[in-house]
Structure formats: structure tokens, C-alpha cells
Design a protein around this ligand. Structure first.
Ligand SMILES: Cc1cc2nc3c(=O)[nH]c(=O)nc-3n(C[C@H](O)[C@H](O)[C@H](O)COP(=O)(O)OP(=O)(O)OC[C@H]3O[C@@H](n4cnc5c(N)ncnc54)[C@H](O)[C@@H]3O)c2cc1C
Length: 472
């Protein structure tokens, strides 16, 4: 029987998609890469995921896990066909354990829906990617995603207590749990951030964080990007780790204002959105520290959000930034790299220089507090050579950040995008160690092939025969 017939036998015709349109739609995520889909499967249970993996193994095809497809590094893009396992229907919240501040959820639960469900208990899921109204917990776990409020709270890995995962042979593994210090090897830590290359997450036990008693949100306006960046370093140097410290440059605030009207100053060279949370005396004292540092760095205006409505609007402006860019150019490429906060000023200068050199308009909106840059290049993909210029500029941006002491990615993952740049950070020994882990979980290389680890990572074993059907 054919692959498609076997899958229909398991899921029925409604949950197996193979039309030209479906294969086109699932051939891409929110980034710039396009892949080739053989068939899309929409499971609803762990048992169905396990059986899909067994069917794919019988037919010798790869399996590519997918959440909402909002990833920007090509992680969910199938390279060379195979079954896309889209978990969007696995969106049950099985348990909210308010006493233990955690929840068991399906991988297809949308990030914001989890926080909304936890709200009556005074809790929320702390990782808050700007895509949180669309992206899934499975995608967050696989990419170890971050968000504006991960500066103080840490990225997804700090909020995953346990996982249920379907392995390459269809077995179901459960790692971690509610116990505070699980014993044994920390496979949970290995699986978080593995970008669908080791298994398919079918349930996650996530930590829920108490909602803060009080909050202050400051909008700070600067006449130069350098002063805004220096304020970020200054705030951290003053011993403060705010709940969020986000930066936008002028082009970005203009795009947001044109689209949304969030009340951002369009004549400022850069703005900072700073938020502190906690008890009232603490947030007032911390807001004062931020005011003092910003004033020292020539802030033009410091505005405190008057009420929850104004605060929500400012955050809506920040979190809608990428969407707002759509009115400025047909296509954009959003990058994700990290530099030490102390290198923000000089790195930002060079980021704009790279844009100018390649004739690309560069816009910036990013998690400044943890040095996580998101240079965004606007272009028109129909213009011959435009995408090639964008890729060349993107590689230079990564090289610049690594040279300045940073890392390849802050939160979007490696996927296809940065696979061939892994050597900038990892030695052959590092890559080999990671490839051995991949091989232990997925000996035939069937899960999400050609992602994360560059070809040849298993460097000390070139002489060994590669198993038949291996896709690494
Ligand atoms: C406008 C916009 C704003 C964004 N802002 C942020 C941000 O602030 N912070 C941030 O970190 N990211 C951000 N992102 C990137 C993206 O939203 C995150 O990486 C998100 O976690 C991806 O979730 P998803 O459900 O869309 O996953 P997908 O894109 O579908 O998949 C992402 C990766 O996860 C794997 N995967 C998905 N589900 C599973 C599963 N069940 N088991 C195993 N592997 C799985 C896929 O194979 C792929 O490698 C943004 C993206 C957009 C478009």
C-alpha cells in the first residue's frame, strides 16, 4: 500500500492532506525557505503520532514535526519530501495543577491560550514570543523559544518540567515530571531546543509562573541608537534585571505607527520599552533606577504607562512590529543573533553599515536586555538577485555577532538557516558529540533531516558505513 493509503487507514481522509495547495502551504514556515512535502498528517493523539512514525519508517521516508509554522529558521520546512506531522489538533490542556504551578498540555496548544487558561489561577506561561497568539507549545519547546519577558524569567528550557516524546521506532518516552529534582540523565534538557530532530513532543509538563502583583512600563525616547543601546548596558550594570527591556529603531516605530497607532514617537531615533514587575515599593524603586540611567544617557522623554490599557497598547505595538513591516516591502528577512550587552553600541553601528553595503533597508526591533538582535532586512523577492544579497548580508551579520563575542541564535533556532554556520561556534569535537546524540535517538536520521547539524558532523567516523535510507 502507498504511504498516503496507510496514513488514511490510520487517520481517515480528513486528516491526511496531499493536494497541491496543501503541499504548497506546508512547504514553508514564516522564514524564506521552501521545501517539498509528500503528505501532511494531522494526528490527535500520542498513539496516532507513534503509528505515523512507524508508517513513515516502513515507507523509508522522513518525518518533519510542525506546530503553527511560525518558525523563522526553516525548522519545519521539509527538505526532500516526507510526512509533515502537524500537531495543531493536539491542543488539549490536560491538567492545570495550580498548587504545584504547572500544567500538562498538548504540543498544539497555542502559547497565549495557555496563559489565558492559567489566568483564573493567577498564573501564566512565562515565555512570551511575539508570535504568541499563533505559535504552539511544541514549537516553543523544540526551538527553546524566548520572548520579551524571558530576560528575567529565562527562555522555554527553564519552564519545561517534563515531556512525552515519540521516538524514531514509535516508542513513547516520558522524561522529567513534577518532582523538583528528577534523577538520571537530563534528557529533558537535551530534547528542549532539539528542533524536531530527536523525536516528536506529544505532551509537555510546563511550569506556570505567578502573575506579578504590580508592574511599571516605561517608554523611553532617544535621539540616537547609541544612547538607547548604552542605556541597556547601563541598566544591567546598575544591578537591575528588568522583566523586559526592548528596543526599536526609528524605521520600525514608523512602520508600527503607520499600521497600528500605538502612540510611539516616530521622530525618535530609537525607543526602549522597559518593564519592571514585583511588589509596589520594588517596582517604583527599579523604575527610578531606569529613569536615572536613561537620563544619564540623554533620554529625550521618559513616559510611564498610565494604566493597563496604555501598557497593553505599547506591548501590542512591540509585538506587532514584524506584521507592520508588511506594508513597507513585499518580503522581509528577520535575523536572530546575540551579542554581549556591552557590545550593543558598536554592533548596532556595524549592522546598519552591512545594510548600506548590500543596498538593503535594515530595521531593528529586539530583545535588547539580553543582547538578542533581530535585524530585519526588507526586500522584494521578485527582484533578480535580491534574495542572494539578503543571504550574503545575513551571513555577515552572524559573523559580526560571533566575532563580537556573541552566538548564532538567541531564540529562533538553527533549522536550515544557520546549519552551515555552526562551525563558527562549534569545533569538530563539539559537532561530533551532538551528532552522536542525534544518532542515539534517531539512528536512521529520519527526524527532520538536514537541519541543525551540518553534513559531516560525525567527523570521527567517516569510514563507517551509513545505514541504508539514512537522511542526515
Ligand atoms: C511575527 C513573529 C514573531 C516572532 N517572535 C518570536 C519571539 O519573540 N521569540 C521567539 O523565540 N521566536 C519568535 N518567533 C519565531 C517562532 O514563532 C517561534 O520559534 C515558535 O516557537 C515556533 O512555534 P511554531 O508552533 O510555529 O513551530 P514551527 O514553526 O511549526 O516549528 C518550529 C520547530 O519546532 C519543531 N516542532 C514543532 N512542533 C514540534 C513537536 N511537537 N515536536 C518536536 N518538534 C516540533 C519543528 O520541526 C521546527 O523545527 C516569531 C515568529 C514570527 C513570525
Amino acid at each position: 500500500m502507498s504511504l498516503q493509503t496507510d496514513l488514511i487507514g490510520l487517520l481517515g481522509t480528513d486528516r491526511v492532506l496531499a493536494s497541491g495547495l496543501d503541499r504548497y502551504l506546508y512547504g514553508k514556515d514564516a522564514g524564506v525557505y521552501r521545501g517539498e512535502v509528500t503528505v501532511v498528517a494531522l494526528p490527535e493523539t500520542t498513539e496516532e503520532v507513534a503509528e505515523i512514525v512507524r508508517i513513515a519508517a516502513r515507507h523509508g521516508v522522513p518525518v518533519v514535526p510542525r506546530g503553527a509554522g511560525t518558525g523563522l529558521a526553516g525548522g519545519a520546512v521539509p527538505l526532500g519530501g516526507g510526512v509533515v506531522v502537524a500537531t495543531t489538533r493536539m491542543n488539549q490542556i490536560f491538567e492545570i495543577d495550580a498548587a504545584n504551578r504547572c500544567a500538562w498540555v498538548g504540543p498544539g496548544v497555542i502559547n497565549l491560550d495557555l496563559s489565558r487558561a492559567a489566568e483564573p489561577y493567577g498564573l501564566h506561561f512565562a515565555p512570551d514570543p511575539s508570535s504568541q497568539s499563533a505559535c504552539t507549545i511544541g514549537g516553543n519547546v523544540a526551538n527553546n523559544s524566548g520572548g520579551p519577558h524571558c530576560l528575567a524569567e529565562g527562555s522555554t528550557v527553564n519552564h519545561v518540567l517534563g515531556l512525552e516524546v515519540v521516538l524514531a521506532d514509535g516508542d513513547v518516552l516520558v522524561v522529567g515530571g513534577k518532582a523538583p529534582d528528577p534523577i538520571g540523565l537530563d534528557l529533558r534538557g537535551i530534547l528542549v531546543g532539539s528542533e524536531g530532530t530527536l523525536g516528536i513532543v506529544t505532551k509537555a509538563l510546563v511550569r506556570l509562573t505567578p502573575n506579578p502583583p504590580d508592574v511599571r512600563t516605561l517608554l523611553i525616547t532617544f535621539d540616537s541608537v547609541e544612547d538607547a543601546a548604552a542605556t541597556v548596558s547601563g541598566v544591567i550594570a546598575a544591578g537591575l534585571v528588568p522583566a523586559a527591556l526592548e528596543m526599536m529603531d526609528q524605521r520600525m516605530t514608523q512602520a508600527v505607527e503607520n499600521w497600528l497607532g500605538a502612540g510611539l514617537p516616530t521622530d525618535a531615533a530609537a525607543i526602549l520599552l522597559a518593564e519592571v514587575t514585583g511588589d509596589t515599593p520594588a517596582v517604583e524603586a527599579e523604575a527610578d533606577v531606569i529613569r536615572a540611567v536613561a537620563t544619564e544617557h540623554r533620554a529625550r522623554e521618559i513616559r510611564l504607562a498610565r494604566d493597563e490599557a496604555e501598557r497593553a497598547l505599547l506591548w501590542k505595538g512591540r509585538k506587532s512590529a514584524f506584521g507592520a513591516v508588511a506594508q513597507a516591502a513585499p518580503d522581509y528577512y528577520l535575523h536572530d543573533t546575540v551579542v554581549p550587552r556591552t557590545k550593543l553600541v558598536e554592533t548596532m553601528r556595524e549592522v546598519y553599515e552591512i545594510g548600506e553595503r548590500y543596498g538593503l533597508t535594515m530595521m531593528n526591533v529586539f530583545h535588547a536586555g539580553d543582547g538578542n538582535l533581530h535585524p530585519l532586512m526588507m526586500f522584494d523577492a521578485s527582484e533578480p538577485g535580491a534574495l542572494e544579497r539578503v543571504h550574503a548580508a545575513a551571513d555577515e551579520l552572524v559573523e559580526l555577532c560571533v566575532r563580537n563575542g556573541g552566538v548564532l541564535s538567541g531564540e529562533h533556532g538553527i533549522g536550515k538557516e544557520k546549519r552551515d554556520l555552526m562551525h563558527l561556534m562549534f569545533t569538530p569535537v563539539d559537532l561530533d558529540a551532538q551528532a552522536r546524540i542525534k544518532e542515539a535517538f534517531d539512528p536512521e536520521g529520519r527526524f527532520n533531516p538536514e537541519k541543525v547539524l551540518p553534513a559531516g558532523s560525525r567527523c570521527f567516523d567517516f569510514g563507517r558505513p551509513i545505514p541504508e535510507g539514512a537522511w542526515i
